[in-house]
Design a binder for this molecule. Structure first.
Ligand code: ZN
Length: 428
């Protein structure tokens, strides 16, 4: 390969490859990236755990500095072509937007990482520490053919341990009045499923409905809805509140909702089981209700259960957590924030500040916390595609990235990687 293809060319090629999950088929993506690495002489390893499901790992550079890791997943969610304006595998450009499933989640980051690694490989003798790139399968449906298996490989574990990880999920613009702020993800909420069950009450009678199962159910919802869970907020959330809930800000209602979901623990009723014809409830139970719980990461499992017990009080019900995935918050020092902020501002001088947030969603990042990694959602998009505008496109129809965003991502990430790895300040 005489030259490195442009990030746009790479992304168009990646969008042509169908990696909808299910079923996955990330093999095509891995074959393409492996061919690219071979042509540029970049060492890589592939890990395959099921037919057509593959992961690819790159590591190079030496030095005592904490390693830097770029993490990207190769699968996408499914699409229904009929609903799209342009073909989801077409990689077509219309009005300066590139359309395709995965354009935002997250093949643009994969393409940018490929370009950057291609350039950095030739400069590795200047590095103070190694760089890793991990491209995974199966992120969209639980990662069982992806990062969860790859992290059992000693080579990958050892290289990734303790590293600073840049991943999807943040690096997005938000504007209020004249102020342009960027948000980056420094943690993920815990995700829990809570089931509250209402046993058959011995003395109920339809003619004297003083304590019906349905009434108890309503009371459970009311009490959990009124429950205030957050006593001490994580640091990142305090920063978010300071910026976004200060007086005299004029955010849209949808932005405010977004910030609220980032800064509070939330308990949402999702499924109610009951009724005389319901055959799915175990014997002895008359009704049950499932809650989806997104909790700030500093609230522990037991602390949460204690709070639920207290809120439910004397109601004749039982409850259990049917699942619990612990969230996390990365440790981010001022030097790192300065590095990211400076790279952003170099390519958009309008940007005033960079503020952390905790996401209510979850991705492969959570599997790296036990390895002592600090995982940041930092896959920057330009201010022409602000946070609120990309939310409906991720997993949605007509998923698209602006050409300006793609260039912005590649340039900002490259500056971050280069500055981090070589210690060179960003040249004007
Ligand atoms: Zn994703």
């Amino acid at each position: 390969m005489d030259h490195i293809p442009s990030t746009l060319e790479l992304l168009q090629d990646l969008l042509h490859i169908d990696s909808q999950n299910p079923p996955g088929n990330e093999q095509g993506m891995v074959d393409y990236i492996a061919e690219y690495c071979r042509k540029l002489g970049i060492p890589y390893t592939t890990y395959t755990y099921a037919e057509n499901r593959s992961n690819l790992f790159i590591t190079f550079g030496t030095g005592s500095q904490r390693p830097l890791t770029l993490l990207g997943h190769l699968d996408t969610v499914r699409f229904d072509s009929a609903a799209w304006t342009y073909p989801p595998l077409g990689g077509e450009i219309h009005d300066n937007y590139l359309y395709g499933r995965g354009a935002l989640d997250m093949k643009y980051f994969v393409a940018a990482a490929m370009t950057i690694v291609g350039r950095l490989h030739a400069m590795q003798d200047r590095f103070n520490g190694p760089i890793n790139v991990l491209f995974t399968a199966d992120e969209e449906t639980g990662s069982s053919q992806g990062i969860r298996k790859v992290l059992q490989e000693n080579k990958v574990r050892d290289a990734l341990a303790g590293s600073l990880v840049l991943n999807e999920g943040g690096g997005f613009a938000t504007r209020h009045g004249q102020t342009l702020t960027y948000l980056f993800e420094t943690g993920q909420k815990s995700v829990a499923r809570l089931r509250v069950s209402i046993p058959e009450l011995p003395d109920t009678n339809p003619y004297f409905p003083t304590l019906s199962h349905e009434k108890i159910l309503v009371q459970v919802i009311r009490r959990l809805d009124a429950l205030k869970l957050d006593t001490a907020l994580p640091r990142s959330v305090e920063d978010l509140k300071r910026v976004f809930f200060a007086e005299n800000t004029d955010f849209s209602a949808s932005d405010r909702r977004l910030f609220e979901t980032m800064s509070q623990s939330m308990i949402t009723p999702t499924i109610i089981h009951g009724g005389s014809r319901n055959k799915q409830l175990p014997a002895g139970l008359k009704a049950a209700i499932d809650f989806d719980c997104r909790l700030l990461p500093n609230l522990g499992r037991q602390e949460f259960l204690d709070a639920i017990e207290k809120a439910i009080g004397d109601l004749p019900v039982t409850f259990e957590l049917t699942s619990f995935s612990q969230g996390y918050e990365a440790t981010v020092g001022p030097d790192l924030v300065y590095l990211l902020e400076t790279a952003l501002q170099k390519h958009d001088s309008e940007i005033e500040s960079l503020v952390p947030f905790i996401t209510p969603g979850s991705n492969d990042g959570k599997y790296l916390k036990p390895l002592g990694c600090d995982v940041l959602g930092f896959a920057p998009l330009s201010s022409e595609q602000p946070f609120s505008s990309i939310m409906p496109l991720i997993h949605g129809v007509d998923e698209r990235i602006s050409l300006a965003s793609l260039t912005f991502c590649e340039q900002v990430l490259q500056d971050v990687c280069l500055t981090y790895l070589t210690g060179d300040t960003i040249r004007e």
